[in-house]
Design a protein around this ligand. Structure first.
Ligand code: NAD
Length: 355
């Protein structure tokens, strides 16, 4: 630490890294972005120049940098486990992009080792910080729709470019590719955070857009939560609409409809004669998710600020990272269902408490 500020290093300088770096720069009174790292030397150098910090091409050098107290890992999925365990072994603080790791056992190992170490640990699961979901969480806490009996989620993205690039890690299961791993991590975290654990599920994964790789581009996971609510989660990575998310919550006394592609983003209905419903404030409409003002960009800013605050104030972050680990257990179960002809997977014996 220098002048009471933690030094941060970012490893992996793809699309989302600039948003993380922007958050560190905006909080320069509490944190110093001292170094960045990317396997591509040009990318590393350019990024380092832009943000006025050192650059490395090997993340081991970033971890070894004595001015780096905290690591922000934004790496391809197949690197998450080793890089995270190296950071933890070095006793440094860790912000780890979702999914925790490509499978549940590795995710649990990272979580447990991190909890035993002196450094703090947080999963960068931006779902927890999306304004619209926070509004919905408040409505649920107020009992605005009674008991939730049915929930539907949708995650609509477009990964056609990455999935067209031969050699891109997203096109190979062995490198952590997979729509359900990438985006199921978000939706199953959302269910765990808002509504609790899954009792049973069945999953379908399909490839509906012809690209030269085996990765599913469309998936549906349905089942029951332990609360008794029915759930249905839809995923696509070949959507020709702006990246957006939707959540429908059907309760015993009302309904919440949230959709990032509609204005108002969150609407609350109180019965089948409530034709207009009520627009709920606090979730600004901005369809360009990835740029300043966009719902996704802003969620990542708030997420990284929570990490910074947790370091500066010595407190836990708002997110319970165990829920992000649990979500990978649900992802694993969904793949088990897909690979066994959509069989029903019983998760009643699977609990966050065991992590
Ligand atoms: N929260 C979100 O909504 C969100 C959005 C995008 C990405 N992500 C996550 O961020 C992570 C990275 O995804 P991405 O889309 O930016 O991937 P990407 O492939 O676009 O970028 C990864 C970067 O890591 C670099 N890299 C590869 N191997 C490296 C190594 N050994 N050492 C250092 N750098 C290395 C690559 O050169 C590349 O610049 C993933 O975990 C992904 O799920 C999260």
């Amino acid at each position: 630490m220098k002048n009471g500020r933690h030094g941060v290093g970012i490893a992996g300088l793809g699309l989302i890294a600039r948003t993380h770096a922007t958050a560190y720069r905006a909080n320069a009174d509490r944190v110093d972005l001292v170094a960045v790292c990317d396997a591509d030397p040009e990318v590393a150098e350019r990024f380092g120049d832009e943000f006025g910090c050192r650059s490395y091409t090997a993340y081991s050098d970033l971890i070894a940098d004595p001015e780096v107290d905290a690591l922000d890992l934004i790496l391809p999925h197949f690197l998450h486990k080793q890089a995270a365990l190296d950071v933890i072994a070095a006793g440094k603080h860790l912000l780890l992009e979702k999914p925790v790791a490509p499978n549940y056992p590795d995710s649990v190992e990272i979580y447990r080792r991190a909890r035993e170490s002196a450094g703090s640990f947080m999963v960068a699961e931006n779902t927890r910080y999306i304004a619209a979901y926070r509004v919905v969480a408040d409505l649920l806490a107020q009992g605005a729709i009674g008991d939730v009996i049915h929930v539907r989620t949708q995650l609509r993205s477009n990964e056609k470019l990455h999935l067209s690039q031969a050699g891109n890690w997203r096109t190979k299961y062995e490198l952590g590719g997979g729509l359900l791993l990438d985006t199921g991590a978000h939706s199953f975290y959302l269910l765990a955070w808002l509504l609790g654990e899954v009792a049973e599920l069945r999953a379908v994964g399909r490839k509906v857009f012809p690209l030269p790789n085996p990765i599913e581009d469309t998936a549906e996971v349905t089942g029951l939560l332990k609360s008794g609510a029915h759930f249905s989660c839809m995923f696509t990575s070949v959507s020709e609409a702006p990246h957006s998310e939707r959540l429908e919550l059907y309760g015993s006394t009302g309904v919440i409809l949230m959709d990032q592609a509609q204005e108002p983003v969150v609407r609350l209905f109180a019965g089948d004669h409530d034709y207009l419903g009520r627009a709920i404030d606090g979730a600004p409409f901005a369809l360009d998710a990835w740029h300043p003002g966009g719902w996704h960009f802003e969620s990542v800013l708030v997420e990284v600020e929570d990490f910074i605050g947790s370091l500066a104030e010595g407190r836990e972050p708002e997110i319970d990272s165990r829920d992000a680990v649990y979500a990978i257990g649900v992802v694993d179960a969904a793949y088990r269902s897909i690979r066994s002809d959509q069989s029903l997977i019983d998760l009643r014996g699977f609990s966050r408490e065991d992590i």
